[in-house]
Unconditional design. Structure first.
Lengths: 106, 165
């Protein structure tokens, strides 16, 4: 890995960390189920970009693209199921607030 | 390089907007914007196929899923929004501060640029060859996950009478 590629990897890594902080903060702070899913999605976006740039820096762009495609497929399934769960919770409790889910313990 | 920096800054701003916006629809639009900017970055890194997937699936399909989920839930009243927004400001104003502190911290710490990536043996130059020849087991896994996801969605979105819950 030459200096320019290392610099590019460092630059992308720098911003990926910032995006991941946004996603993690959203998951930790929010009380809304849909917003929590959005936070998770932002985290996955950071991972996706990091995979692509790691493949570019390591000289394995094809392998990283194959991994990214797998991540995207899993991501869509996850979002569809999570959206369905959020909708079910809304119909059950008439709210999307996470605090309303205390009855799960009983 | 400059274009990359501009796009990366826009990506962080879009993610921040997505997290901090009051409306769920605006948050979804922010997410789609983040995804579109990541698509541009992927194109710039030469990952065209992954970029097309990201654009069509993450920017398009996931936004549609989010908007339909939001549209099926009840919007908040004006009073609730006013009460929530005061609470939100208290909870979310830390985020730009944390992001700025993290950026400053990473800039000061200066992670060494001369670190080396592991030298993996080259599998193939073409993504299609990698997908179909080297990662067949993963593809089967993906197919199973998609089927499970489809079944899950069918069960979860199934309409039932209210007294059946």
């Amino acid at each position: 890995m030459n200096g320019e590629t290392a610099g590019l990897f460092y630059l992308f890594g720098f911003f990926v960390v910032l995006v991941s902080i946004c996603g993690l903060y959203c998951i930790l702070v929010t009380r809304n189920l849909i917003r929590a899913i959005i936070g998770l999605e932002i985290l996955i976006k950071g991972v996706t970009l990091l995979l692509v740039v790691a493949g570019y820096a390591a000289g394995q762009p094809a392998l990283s693209q194959a991994l990214v495609i797998t991540v995207i497929v899993i991501e869509v399934v996850l979002i569809a199921v999570a959206g369905g769960i959020a909708l079910r919770v809304f119909r059950h409790t008439d709210s999307l607030e996470v605090g309303e889910l205390r009855k799960l313990k009983e | 390089m400059q274009i990359n920096i501009v796009l990366l800054i826009l990506m962080v701003l879009a993610a921040l907007w997505s997290v901090m916006s009051r409306s769920l629809l605006k948050a979804t639009v922010g997410l789609a914007l983040t995804s579109a900017i990541i698509t541009m970055l992927m194109f710039r890194l030469g990952a065209a196929l992954a970029a097309v997937f990201e654009l069509s699936v993450c920017t398009g399909l996931i936004t549609v899923v989010f908007v339909s989920t939001i549209s099926l839930t009840k919007p908040l009243t004006h009073k609730e929004i006013t009460e929530l927004s005061k609470d939100r400001i208290k909870r979310y104003w830390y985020l730009p501060v944390i992001v700025a502190l993290a950026a400053a911290g990473m800039a000061v710490l200066r992670i060494p640029k001369d670190f080396a990536m592991p030298n993996l043996p080259a599998i193939a130059a073409d993504v299609r060859v990698v997908l179909w020849n080297a990662r067949q087991l993963d593809l089967f896994g993906q197919i199973i996950v998609i089927i499970i996801g489809a079944l899950g969605v069918v069960i979860l979105f199934e309409e039932r009478r209210r007294d059946e819950w």
